[in-house]
Design a protein around this ligand. Structure first.
Ligand SMILES: [Zn+2]
Length: 142
């Protein structure tokens, strides 16, 4: 991992940042060394501990960030989106990021319902309406 810099959206500080490999202290024959925290899983796969350059939070990283734990958070919703919609949209993105597909769909639908309220089509987007109908009506309302 020497020289490798990976850019992620840090789940700790919620910023785009790069990761540095963590340095592990090793003592051998009364001497102290620092080595990178890397575990070679196979010839093609290495896991390493990355440290966020901004907040110092740790992340477990596989190769060039093909897998990162905790999952990097999705980017926050644009600040121009009203808060009450933004919260549901952010939660939908977070559910999607951790493969909670049904929860993501429910939260995305809720965000669409809130989005439609100022347009006077709230009743048309009741939770009892089938999803396909909601999507079609949202396309018409947009
Ligand atoms: Zn961070």
């Amino acid at each position: 991992m020497a020289g490798m810099r990976i850019s992620v959206f840090c789940p700790h500080c919620h910023r785009h940042t790069s990761l540095e490999p963590a340095r592990v202290e090793v003592q051998h024959r009364n001497e102290t060394f620092f080595v990178e925290a890397v575990w070679k899983e196979s010839c093609e796969s290495k896991w390493w501990i990355g440290v966020c350059n901004f907040c110092g939070g740790p992340l477990l990283v596989r190769n060039a960030a093909t897998t990162v734990y905790p999952h990097p958070l999705p980017q926050p919703t644009d600040k121009n989106v009203p808060d009450h919609i933004c919260r549901d949209l952010d939660e939908a993105k977070q559910c999607f990021a951790v493969s909670a597909w049904r929860a993501a769909a429910v939260m995305a639908r809720r965000a669409m319902l809130l989005r439609s309220a100022p347009n006077g089509v709230r009743t048309a987007f009741s939770l009892r309406v089938p999803w396909r109908v909601v999507v079609d009506r949202a396309a018409v309302a947009a």
